[in-house]
Design a binder for this molecule. Structure first.
Ligand SMILES: NC(=O)c1ccc[n+]([C@@H]2O[C@H](COP(=O)([O-])OP(=O)(O)OC[C@H]3O[C@@H](n4cnc5c(N)ncnc54)[C@H](O)[C@@H]3O)[C@@H](O)[C@H]2O)c1
Length: 255
């Protein structure tokens, strides 16, 4: 991708699934990369794996804690030299039927991680970039669940819908500073998150889902989404701003 080599990149939730693949892709593009994750063991394993590919460092961070998010952004900036790219990726999900089961505490947790956490990382990064007089690219992780209401995911759907409006709001305010802000909406991607969810369901849930709902007839892999992160971070996307990029095998094109 154009202009990516040498960039300083933060990938939040870079210890697993899509974030881990994104960190690897940014290393392959010649970036200096900093990852954060929620679990110390997963962070150590990811750093060891990615360390073979390039210049990588990271720390544990719970993005639902505003101060931890600010500290992680500042540590990333120090570690990578000059941070200019943020893959704002950390997120959680689980099924919970709206009518019978969805609890206020669970609603609050999803919002605290998926929406407020994304705001905390993004605001800290934007403030740092503006202070430093640096242009940059912030990519917020939404979902096809931001574009339609999947059953049993009212809490998750709502958090990701909020991410789209956060992205558009940031694009309006940060564009004049040369900070591009975009959102990615993956469909069904084969990651530990989805493997856990599908593990509790009968049969080959992923293949059935692909056959019934995805025109390309396969679920995505983390590398499919990592490529979108790399594109939106690069100079190839120099005029792409406030956009919503679906990476879903055509799922949202279905009527
Ligand atoms: N897998 C999919 O099908 C899919 C589809 C659309 C969007 N997404 C989104 O992509 C992102 C990554 O999902 P994934 O499937 O790779 O999941 P994953 O569970 O494999 O990875 C999640 C990452 O987020 C981190 N994380 C979780 N809670 C955190 C917290 N409180 N603070 C900081 N980090 C935290 C984890 O440490 C991990 O690194 C999420 O935002 C998810 O909502 C996933």
């Amino acid at each position: 991708m154009m202009g990516l080599a040498g960039r300083g990149v933060l990938v939040s939730g870079g210890t697993s699934g899509i974030g881990l693949a994104a960190a690897q892709r940014f290393l392959e593009e010649g970036c200096r990369v900093y990852i954060t994750g929620h679990e110390p063991d997963a962070l150590a394993a990811a750093l060891e794996k990615l360390g073979k590919r390039g210049e990588i460092s990271g720390q544990v961070c719970d993005v639902s804690d505003h101060q931890q998010a600010i500290a992680a952004v500042e540590a990333a900036d120090a570690a990578v030299g000059a941070l200019t790219v943020v893959a704002n990726n950390a997120g959680i999900s689980w099924r919970e039927p709206f009518l019978q089961q969805l609890e206020v505490a669970h609603w609050d947790r999803i919002m605290a991680v998926n929406l407020r956490g994304m705001f905390s990382v993004a605001q800290a990064a934007a403030q740092l970039l503006v202070r430093a007089g640096r242009a940059g690219s912030i990519i917020n992780m939404a979902s096809t669940n931001a574009l339609g209401g999947e059953e049993d995911y009212a809490h998750y759907n709502s958090s990701k819908g909020g991410v789209l409006q956060l992205t558009r709001s940031m694009a309006v305010e940060l564009g004049p500073y040369g900070i591009r802000v975009n959102a990615i909406c993956p469909g069904y991607i084969d990651t530990p998150l989805n493997q856990t969810i599908a593990g509790g369901l009968p049969g080959d849930f992923a293949q059935r889902y692909a056959n019934e709902r995805i025109p390309l007839r396969r679920v995505g892999n983390p590398e499919d989404v990592a490529a979108a992160y790399a594109f939106l971070a690069s100079d190839d996307a120099a005029f792409v701003h406030g956009a919503v990029l679906a990476v879903d095998g055509g799922q949202v094109a279905v009527m």
